[in-house]
Each structure stands twice: as C-alpha cells, then as structure tokens.
Design a binder for this molecule. Structure first.
Ligand SMILES: N[C@@H](CCC(=O)N[C@@H](CS)C(=O)NCC(=O)O)C(=O)O
Length: 225
C-alpha cells in the first residue's frame, strides 16, 4: 500500500515524519503542499489546515506525532519508541516539548521572518529589523530550551533509553530550521546538545530529508562555531 507524506519538506514536522520513515527503512511518496496556499479541498485532508498530513492508501492521518505513532504500530521494526513505560512517556514528552514549547518560539520568531518572509516577498535578504529581533529571541528566549535539552541529554548519545527513538528525531528536526535562520546553540555553552545535533543531522535519514532544502539554507553559512 502506498505511503504518502503531504507537506513542504522544510516544515520541521514534515521532516520529522520523513526522517522517521527513513529510519524505519520505508519507501514513501512526498507531495509538496504549502499550508499557506493549499490546494482545493485541503481541509478535507487536513481539518486544521496544517502539514504534515499522511496517507496510507486511502487512510488519512494528521499531525506528525500521530503519524509517527501510527507508523510504529503499522511497521513495528525497527522499534523507534521505547518499550519501558516511563521511557515511552519521556520520548513522547520530548515530542511535545518541541511541538508545544520550542517551535512556537523558534518558528515564528526566527525561521519565518528570516527565511520564509523574504522568500515569499521575493527579497534576497531579510529585513534588518527582523534580524535584530530574531537575534534577541535567540539570546533571550531560546536558551531556556537549550539548557533543558543539554541537561536532559547529559552524557548520553540519545535522549531516552540509550538508543535512537522518536525523541531524538523530534528534537533534532526543528534545529535544522534554526540553522536555516542562521543560528545554532553555541558550542561552548551547550556542547552536548550541539554534538548531538551534529550526529543526528549527519545521519543518512536527515541528509535525505534535507537534500532539496537549498533555497532555505543560505543563512546556515553564518554559523561559525
Ligand atoms: N502539531 C503539529 C504541528 C504542525 C504545524 O504546526 N505545521 C505548520 C507548518 S510547520 C503548519 O501547517 N502551519 C500552517 C497553519 O497552522 O495554518 C504536528 O506535529 O504535525
């Protein structure tokens, strides 16, 4: 049965699902839907108008967390959710930490104004006032998220249970958008988080899910540490 991910690949939540599929070793089709200028009938597929949506044949599923949970049950191997009850809850919590915590700050306050707004407006560079406010957000609003992740990761390679899980994919994905806005957690201040992100973003699953992102990634060159 054909699996299809619907949604622009630069969305951190679409990327999360695509990386999850790749880590499961599953083939899928990808349809690029822009939620801000969607095709007719989109609300029938995505009642909240959001991406990603997902199709398994004629079955429709919405929300990256729900899609990944579905895929885990439908294709159990390799396991990407911990089997221990508490570790399972922790993994799902990291999804929520990003979805309900960091991304609502980093998306609209860094990635959108510095990357999408100029692209949509046909401008080569973002507005300097937008750059200044994004820099302030990175300096003042994002560190509490980075501090928490640095602490929770500790000396481990993965967030939960000593092996790759949905938690790692969910955490690493939105940091790609932050890079595209020209920012990353400073290596000196958050060394374990930053090394984790390097490892995750270097995985073939992340490389494949970002290979078409050229037009969005120009500002990554501004990251120097
Ligand atoms: N909790 C959702 C979040 C999805 C989401 O916010 N997607 C954004 C793009 S990154 C979107 O579709 N925004 C358009 C809108 O909300 O109208 C998930 O995990 O799938």
């Amino acid at each position: 049965m054909a699996l299809t991910v619907l949604g622009g690949g630069v969305s951190p939540f679409v990327r999360k699902v695509r990386v999850f599929l790749a880590e499961k070793g599953l083939d899928y089709q990808h349809e690029n839907v822009n939620p801000f200028g969607p095709p007719e009938g989109w609300r029938e597929i995505s009642p909240l108008g959001r991406i990603p949506a997902f199709k398994d044949g004629d079955k429709i599923i919405n929300d990256s967390s729900v899609i990944c949970a579905y895929l885990e049950r439908r294709f159990p191997k390799p396991t990407l959710y911990p089997s221990d009850d508490y570790e399972y809850a922790r993994a799902v919590w990291f999804e929520e930490f990003m979805d309900g915590g960091m991304v609502p700050v980093s998306g609209p306050k860094t990635f959108f104004p510095l990357v999408l707004k100029p692209l949509f407006g046909g401008k080569a560079e973002p507005d300097p006032a937008d750059v200044a406010s994004a820099e302030k957000v990175v300096a003042e609003e994002l560190p509490k998220f980075f501090d928490y992740l640095e602490r929770e990761l500790g000396d481990n390679d993965y967030f939960v249970g000593g092996r790759l899980s949905i938690a790692d994919i969910a955490v690493a994905s939105p940091f790609i958008n932050l890079r595209y806005a020209g920012f990353a957690p400073e290596r000196k201040r958050w060394p374990r988080l930053r090394a984790f992100l390097d490892r995750m973003h270097g995985r073939p699953s992340f490389k494949a899910a970002t290979e078409q992102d050229g037009p969005f990634s120009k500002r990554s060159a501004l990251i120097h540490d």
